[in-house]
Ligand binder design. Structure first.
Ligand code: 5GP
Ligand code: MN
Length: 305
């Protein structure tokens, strides 16, 4: 079996993919895990992370399993490896964007793919090892922002308690994912906050990091993890956005919102996607053009929600 997940993988993507791989090992099913990107620095502690490769060793797998994935373009360079699979299963919690796969296990009310995977493993009477528990916890803790985001459900806390009981290492998850920032990352955060702009009575906050900002801070895109949330923490702010150009010519955009403000619709307007309160997209435009298009859409979103 070939396991895949989305590019720029986060704790839910990698945690779910690795937990699935551990489970398949356990029941004697040969498997591989692929991802377009190598794991970011703060996820290299995940048990089994070394099995992640950018291309599979085997030429053909009968079955593909995609976790935390809502559209096949998010597979990046790993997409062709799933084409020869006879069947592809998708386990995901995003609002369906393009609905890839033959068998789809989707629950958009689940805060994390790891929650859906836990339910499946429990129903299969799988023996959840401490390694699997740590991977699944990483998924839930990441996608609920350590149980602070609105998507946090009683079930996700009950499952997390069960995972702690099973030997999941919450201390490692919290410290590695949230408290192991590089100096470059903190310096870049300073630049982002300095460049922050406010619109619509301080209800929209946005900022942009240029290729020069990245170069001067010796930072990479993975160093911007969590930055967009910092702007949303301002009392008046309902929608925050961060544009960044870690490599010349490609602009990534992260969007966050409170309450009913639907930033997934903003992201979709530019070919991206995500959840109501957390979404993203990519612009193939110069920074100034991306900025004005985005800010205009954000104002519309604020006005229409
Ligand atoms: P982030 O801002 O953390 O990169 O992404 C926030 C959310 O939006 C994630 O759940 C992610 O899956 C989704 N997302 C980010 N970028 C894209 C994109 O380009 N396309 C789609 N479909 N979803 C995205
Ligand atoms: Mn997720």
């Amino acid at each position: 079996m070939l396991i895949g997940t989305h590019l720029n993988p986060d704790g839910d993507a990698l945690g779910s993919a690795l937990a699935m791989s551990h489970y398949l090992d356990q029941i004697g099913v040969q498997n591989e895990v692929v991802c377009h990107h190598v794991p970011p620095r703060n996820l290299r502690f995940l048990p089994g992370v070394d099995r992640l490769r950018q291309q599979p060793k085997e030429e053909k797998h009968d079955l593909g399993i995609l976790l935390d994935l809502d559209s096949s373009d998010r597979l990046g360079n790993t997409a062709p490896y799933f084409a020869p699979c006879e069947r592809v299963i998708v386990i995901d919690h995003h609002v369906p964007h393009e609905a890839p796969g033959d068998l789809r296990v989707i629950d958009t009310s689940a805060p994390a793919t790891a929650v859906i995977l836990y339910r499946l493993l429990r129903d299969l009477d799988a023996a959840i090892t401490p390694a699997m528990a740590t991977c699944l916890l990483a998924g839930i803790v990441t996608d609920t922002g350590s149980f602070r985001f609105r998507n946090t459900t009683p079930e996700s806390m009950v499952i997390s308690a069960a995972l702690l009981d099973l030997g999941g290492d919450l201390t490692a998850v919290s410290e590695e994912i949230f408290q192991s920032k590089s100096l470059a990352s903190v310096r870049l955060l300073g630049r982002m906050l300095e460049a922050m702009r406010l619109e619509s009575n301080d209800q929209i906050a946005w900022s942009a990091l240029t290729i020069q900002d990245f170069e001067e801070a010796h930072a990479r895109d993975e160093d911007t993890e969590g930055f967009v949330n910092e702007m949303l923490f301002i009392t008046s702010v309902q929608i925050s956005a961060l544009l960044r150009e870690p490599k010349a010519g490609k602009i990534r955009c992260s969007l966050r919102s409170r309450g009913e403000f639907d930033v997934a619709s903003v992201a979709r307007a530019f070919g991206g996607g995500g959840h109501v309160n957390a979404a993203g997209c990519t612009f193939d435009l110069p920074m100034a053009e991306a900025q004005s298009l985005l800010v205009e859409k954000l104002k519309t979103c604020l006005g229409s929600s």
